[in-house]
Design a binder for this molecule. Structure first.
Ligand code: HQG
Length: 182
């Protein structure tokens, strides 16, 4: 498999499975699942640049660098494991985090984060990483990374809820400033 093709399929799947399924007239169920046959059919409609096949989907689910997508048990459905901007119920179990989690961002957001804490912005959750190294990669998408240490253990003891996505991204709904070490 050509890595360039796999990356472009991953980007396209992120678009339709996280943000705008309507781009190709796709419907997701309330848990974010798309029917695999329907997805392939709609991707391949006349005019689409993305020629989709079952093999391509298999490859991307299996080899995607962040395991962004997952099949259901019988592989009739596919969804993004996190990162949605549209409202979906992922039914994730509440999970106790380690004492610290990390968030990678960039300097231009710090002033606002210092005022209002971390917010979900356009996504369904705030995304946190279990190690600094991962947070550096997340922050680097936007420029020179700034890593915030989140006192997640204390947040958890104070009643904040944390969820671990199927691909090991920590998710939560808000991080007030007092739990952030800048
Ligand atoms: C920032 C990628 C101002 C926040 C990554 C971030 C991740 C604030 C941006 C996943 C703020 C939101 C998510 C506040 C937060 N004021 N800025 N109060 N609170 N921000 O993309 O965490 O490759 O929604 O720091 O690897 O960057 O797509 O979140 O910079 O796992 O699979 O607002 O996306 O994964 O940006 O990234 P995003 P994120 P994928």
């Amino acid at each position: 498999m050509n890595e360039k093709t796999a990356k472009s399929v991953s980007k396209f799947l992120s678009l339709v499975l996280r943000h705008s399924p309507e781009t190709i007239g796709l419907k997701l169920d309330e848990n974010g699942w798309a029917d695999v046959d329907e997805l392939i059919l709609k991707c391949n409609k006349k005019g689409s640049q993305n020629q989709m096949t079952a093999e391509l989907l298999d490859y991307v689910v299996e080899n995607n660098d962040k395991k962004r997508f997952a099949f259901n048990e019988d592989k009739t459905k596919i969804r993004a494991s996190q990162g949605h901007s549209i409202s979906v119920e992922l039914n994730l179990e509440e999970t106790e985090p380690s004492e610290y989690l990390y968030h990678g961002t960039v300097a231009k957001f710090l002033e606002s984060i210092k005022k209002e804490g971390l917010q979900k912005m356009s996504r369904q959750h705030i995304h946190l990483s279990k190690d600094r190294e991962t947070a550096v990669k997340v922050g680097s998408r936007r420029g020179a990374p700034q890593i915030l240490s989140i006192r997640s253990g204390q947040m958890y003891r104070d009643g904040f809820k944390f969820y671990l996505s199927e691909n090991n991204v920590w998710l939560t709904d808000e991080v007030p400033v007092k739990y952030i070490d800048f």
